[in-house]
Design a protein around this ligand. Structure first.
Ligand code: GDP
Ligand code: MG
Length: 440
């Protein structure tokens, strides 16, 4: 994505909040980039809508352009849609735990079965049994046996003439008798999704009650992979997706579409033909690949960090001098909100026992934080710097302006005085205190 977007980005040089035009211009190009990366059209639409809602009106960090800011917001939204939290394979069931591998022929099922078996054996110390249910191609069973020897994982002995369901039952029985923790079931695939394939997968599922049903999908096949995922989820029911050939030069659009269409987590990524070429799925990396703008993203992140660190340093400096005004308090409240409210802050602060008790006594939850910011926002800059000048009539106006009561205003002022005192004390300790902790 392209010089075109860069051009538009450069053109957006105004500061302040992002306008609708800023956002729309950038999003037109983002839309094109997503389509080029083979993201499904429906997914692109809903994605763009989400980004627009998030971006219009967002504040642009100083030292980056509005266009760069949009890219960062797009990136964050991509990561969120790809699944921000890790989704490991679950073995949380009574052993032997069955894991059913489904997908089209050539997607990488057999290879991935061996890769996962190796990982569970080496890292999780599980006793794993693999079984090939690919009755159509005898070579496929032999392929799994060869891989099994390579990764030192047992495979179910081959008995010719059995159906997939019969083999699956035999595998579960052998696992129970042999004290195995996990049974990996590698199924046959077809070139396209068809009825016989679905029926067989559904039957095997009913017979083995697998704890995980993983769709193995080739990330290079784009749109097709999405339709495959939809069909398998509807007929068999998936618990997760493994994307293979992430080492190829695809842009990863399939990942976004599959995740959006099925709502199923992408659990792992295949990154090569070797048996250890299996990685946890990293949404941020794929987001960078789709967008192709990793540099801008890290630039904006750096800028945001620097600014927060700078502000924190300035506040810490003022605290040392005992000049912690309401302007600073507002900034502190903003930072608290951005790192997950009071609970997040308290968790991060070392040695803050006394202050913690005070803050808790003040019942400083997130709603309260928002209300307090509203109160401060309703003051004039002069009042924020020197709250002592506030008269009763002004307090009444401020309360009205912020939708609160005069008691709330008084409570805020009292809290500010307490905070200023505590911070002065902490400041004398020579450390950055709250500011330092927040700005790490
Ligand atoms: P199946 O038909 O779904 O069982 O697919 P296979 O496991 O037999 O894999 C088909 C081909 O894809 C083999 O040559 C594998 O080595 C290759 N393959 C599987 N996963 C990956 C991957 O993540 N990256 C690359 N480059 N090749 C892979
Ligand atoms: Mg196979």
């Amino acid at each position: 994505l392209s010089e075109k977007l860069s051009g538009i980005l450069d053109a957006l040089t105004r500061r302040g909040a992002l306008t609708e035009e800023d956002v729309n211009a950038a999003l037109r190009e983002v839309r094109r980039a997503l389509l080029e990366a083979d993201v499904a059209l429906d997914v692109v639409r809903s994605f763009i809508d989400k980004v627009r809602a998030r971006a219009v009106g967002a504040e642009v960090i100083k030292s980056v352009t509005p266009g760069q800011m949009v890219v960062k917001i797009v990136h964050d939204q991509l990561v969120e849609m790809l699944g921000a939290e890790a989704a490991p394979i679950s073995l949380d069931a009574v052993p032997p735990v069955a894991i059913l591998m489904v997908g089209l022929q050539g997607s990488g099922k057999t290879t991935t079965t061996a890769k996962i078996a190796k990982r569970l054996t080496d890292r999780m110390k599980r006793k794993v049994l693999m079984a090939s249910l690919d009755t159509r191609r005898p070579a496929a069973m032999e392929q799994l046996a060869v891989l099994g020897r390579q990764v030192h994982v047992d495979t179910l002995p081959i008995v010719p003439g059995q159906s997939a369901v019969q083999i699956a039952r035999r595998a579960m029985e052998a696992a129970r008798l042999g004290g195995y923790d996990v049974v990996m079931l590698d199924t046959a695939g077809r070139v396209t999704v068809d009825e016989a394939l679905m029926l067989e997968a559904a039957e095997v599922k009913a017979a083995t009650e697998p704890h995980e049903v993983l769709l193995v999908a080739d990330s290079l096949t784009g749109q097709d992979a999405v339709n495959t995922a939809k069909a398998f989820d509807a007929r068999v029911g998936l618990t997760g997706i493994v994307l293979t050939r992430m080492d190829g030069d695809g842009r990863g659009g399939a990942a976004l579409s599959m995740r959006a269409v099925t709502g199923k987590p992408i659990k792992l990524a295949g990154t090569g033909e070797k048996v250890d070429a299996l990685e946890d799925f990293h949404p941020a990396r794929v987001a960078n690949r789709i967008l192709g703008m990793g540099d801008i993203v890290s630039l904006v992140e750096k800028a945001a960090e620097t600014i927060d660190a700078e502000k924190a340093r300035r506040i810490a400096e003022k605290m040392r001098k005992g000049a912690f005004d309401l302007e600073d308090m507002r900034e502190q409240l903003r930072q608290m909100e951005s790192i997950g409210g009071m609970k997040g802050v308290l968790g991060m602060l070392p040695g803050i026992g006394k202050m913690k008790a005070q803050l808790e006594a003040a019942n400083l939850d997130d709603k309260v934080i928002r209300r307090q910011r509203a109160i401060i926002d309703s003051m004039t800059p002069q009042e924020r710097r020197n709250p002592d000048i506030l008269k009763a009539s002004r307090k009444k106006r401020i309360a009205a302006g912020s939708g609160t009561r005069v008691e709330d205003v008084n409570r805020l002022l009292k809290m500010h005085r307490q905070m200023a005192d505590v911070m002065k004390m902490m400041g004398k300790g020579g450390r950055g205190g709250l500011g330092g902790a927040l700005g790490r």
